[in-house]
Design a protein around this ligand. Structure first.
Ligand code: MG
Ligand code: ZN
Length: 273
């Protein structure tokens, strides 16, 4: 398990067990190792190399129980957040992407041009740079710094909501830039939005299936750069729909403004429906 954030390798273990194929020795060893090797690592990426062996004391069942407990606790807190938001007539969205896909820029444009009332919870490991950008664009904003942690969880969002005290409109939660574990953590949002920029490549849905399977909407950002990069919008759409038939995919450019009206329309329909 990731020492700092309670996510990572066990998610793999759970899914392997869920389809009830017994693990062979190599799989078992690899998973056992992943459990231990994250201790003290600054950030997990699930691909750590190893060359040592574990003693007989390690119990895979224990790690799975721990992971399920972490996620079950989070789901419970997320449900509380959803009730808290619903009571106030607020709609929350969870924006997830790699670092640099343009989450903050899209929010700035939305605050300035959509006519919607937004308040924003900003998640980053360090700094309050993005929260300051959001405030400069004219919206209320709270920064959550996760330190070594690589995702937001429902408890962090709970505390941020208290501080933010949103009155009306849409609460946008900008998750930590990471295409892996944020997909596992329900924050109490109404919709999950995954943003992928054309500079990242069109192969991401099949590489990060948990994230793209969780998406209610996939935004392809930086479409103004399409003439300069090898990014096949149709391929990405096709691959995303292999994971999730019919998932909505919306290409836009937060920088040039191309197609932003459709994004604003999606948000408006969500917040009034
Ligand atoms: Mg940002
Ligand atoms: Zn994480």
């Amino acid at each position: 398990m990731c020492a700092t954030c309670g996510c990572g390798a066990e998610e793999v273990q759970v899914s392997l067990l869920a389809d009830s194929h017994p693990l062979d020795h190599d799989q078992q060893h690899r998973l056992d190792h992943e459990h231990h090797s994250h201790e003290g690592q600054p950030e997990h990426d699930g691909r750590l190399e190893h060359d040592h062996h574990h003693g007989p004391g390690h119990d895979r069942t224990h790690t799975i129980t721990l992971e399920q407990a972490v996620l079950a606790k989070n789901d419970q807190l997320a449900d509380h957040n959803r009730i808290w938001l619903a009571r106030r007539g607020l709609t929350a969205i969870n924006l997830m992407s790699s670092p640099g896909a343009g989450k903050t820029t899209l929010l700035e444009r939305t605050i300035i041009d959509s006519g919607l009332t937004l308040s924003v919870i900003e998640g980053d490991q360090e700094t309050s740079v993005d929260a300051e950008r959001i405030r400069a664009a004219g919206a209320r904003s709270v920064q959550v710094n996760t330190g070594a942690g690589c995702h937001l969880d429902a408890a962090m969002v709970r505390r941020a909501l208290d501080q933010l005290a949103p009155q009306t409109g849409v609460v946008a939660i900008e998750n930590v830039g990471n295409l892996v574990c944020p997909a596992l953590f329900d924050l109490g949002e109404a919709r999950k939005v995954v943003i992928i920029s054309v500079t990242e490549g069109d192969d991401k849905p099949l590489k990060y299936p948990h994230m793209f399977s969780a998406a209610d909407l996939i935004v392809i950002n930086k479409t103004d750069l399409l003439p300069y990069v090898d990014f096949d919008v149709d391929r990405l759409t096709r691959d995303a729909r292999k994971l999730q038939p019919g998932v909505e995919v919306l290409g836009l450019s937060a920088r040039s403004g191309d197609n932003l009206d459709r994004w604003f329309g999606w948000l408006k329909a969500l917040s009034t429906g």
